[in-house]
Design a protein around this ligand. Structure first.
Ligand SMILES: Cc1cc2nc3c(=O)[nH]c(=O)nc-3n(C[C@H](O)[C@H](O)[C@H](O)COP(=O)(O)OP(=O)(O)OC[C@H]3O[C@@H](n4cnc5c(N)ncnc54)[C@H](O)[C@@H]3O)c2cc1C
Length: 309
């Protein structure tokens, strides 16, 4: 692992943690080491730290809740920037529409709560969605027939040179669980996003949020460690049903198992390795392919793995 010269990150050098294991921060409990990790407090700090990385020539990776990424046991030989805090604000217009703005580190749970408390409707589908605004916008997170791309209007982002740009919905390249921010090679980072929502009745919003949370609770292993749905649903099919039909519910590799509650979830226990998890992903893909001639495509991001390894 490279040496990170912390003096290059003034005034933030004291906030760095060195030689950290990413498994400590990952919802999957998986992930190897990194030489330098910093938790940023807001988008301004995020921008400053990224600019320091660019100036020093250090590779960097911005992570939110780590609820959709499997980092290999090799870890990441660069600076990990954990972006888990952010401000939320809104503006009501006379026509009943509401512009909600959030820094990319704001948790989706905080955004949903904010909407509930302020009588803003249109975000209820995200009740119970883990992770941050940055992760959701990057991966076009969705649930119950709505995706974040349905409400994302524009945002601010940093390009690979550290220049700030405005990005609108049309330029996001949105598709099923993907956007231009998802491509690892371009290192574009979302600083903040604006969503178009509407006014609503606080109690009705709250009861819809509860309903969505209950639906998650009854179908997903939300009390266990996981990365949510592991595979994308093939066109017109359900990945979970195919995995279940292949007899894989409960199948384990080390401390990673196909959930008994929802076959498209892999649940993990303390002591799990990314190699266990990845071997299980490959096993599920092979068995489903043998039975249905369909190659399941991962919805989760596999970071630092050999393409066919
Ligand atoms: C129990 C459970 C249920 C889930 N249910 C759903 C669901 O219903 N629908 C769904 O879509 N997903 C679901 N997920 C997956 C996951 O929660 C979402 O994809 C979430 O939006 C990921 O956000 P995150 O902050 O954790 O992203 P991370 O996992 O931290 O990061 C994912 C990717 O986004 C990038 N990224 C993060 N922040 C930024 C930023 N500011 N700028 C640019 N790139 C960034 C990272 O570099 C990484 O490449 C679920 C997960 C769990 C564990």
């Amino acid at each position: 692992m490279r040496h990170i010269d912390l003096s290059l990150f003034s005034p933030y050098e004291k906030l760095f943690l060195t030689d950290e294991l990413l498994s400590k921060y990952a919802f999957s409990l998986c992930g190897g080491p990194c030489p330098g990790l910093i938790k940023v407090e807001n988008s301004q700090m995020l921008e400053s730290v990224i600019k320091c990385c660019i100036a020093a020539g250090f590779p960097y990776k911005v992570l939110g809740g780590m609820t959709n990424i499997l980092i290999s046991d090799k870890g990441f030989d660069g600076v990990v920037i954990l972006n888990r805090k952010g401000k939320i604000s809104h503006k009501e217009l006379e026509d009943g529409s509401v512009w909600l703005s959030a820094e990319s580190g704001a948790g989706m749970a905080a955004v949903v709560r904010y909407c509930m408390e302020n009588g803003i409707s249109g975000m209820e589908w995200a009740a119970g969605l883990p992770g941050t605004v940055g992760g959701a916008v990057c991966g076009n997170a969705g649930a119950f027939g709505t995706e974040i791309s349905d409400i994302f209007m524009f945002g601010s982002m940093l390009d690979e040179k550290g220049c700030q740009n405005h990005i609108s919905h049309e330029n996001m390249g949105y598709s099923y669980r993907s956007s231009i921010l998802k491509h690892q090679d371009n290192n574009r980072i979302l600083l903040g996003a604006s969503f178009l929502l509407g006014k609503g009745d606080t109690e009705e919003i709250s009861s819809r949020c509860e309903e969505y949370k209950e639906r998650r609770k009854s179908t997903q292993p939300i009390d266990e460690h996981s990365l949510g749905s592991v595979f994308k649903n093939p066109e017109g099919e359900s990945a979970g049903k195919m995995i279940q039909a292949a007899g894989l519910k409960g199948f384990s590799v080390g401390k990673a198992s196909v959930s008994l509650k929802h076959a498209n979830f892999i649940v993990t226990e303390k002591g799990v390795t990314s190699a266990d998890y990845h071997r299980l992903v490959c096993h599920v893909q092979n068995k489903v392919y043998e039975q249905f001639s369909v190659l399941l495509e991962p919805e989760i991001e596999l970071f630092g793995f050999e393409v066919n390894g």
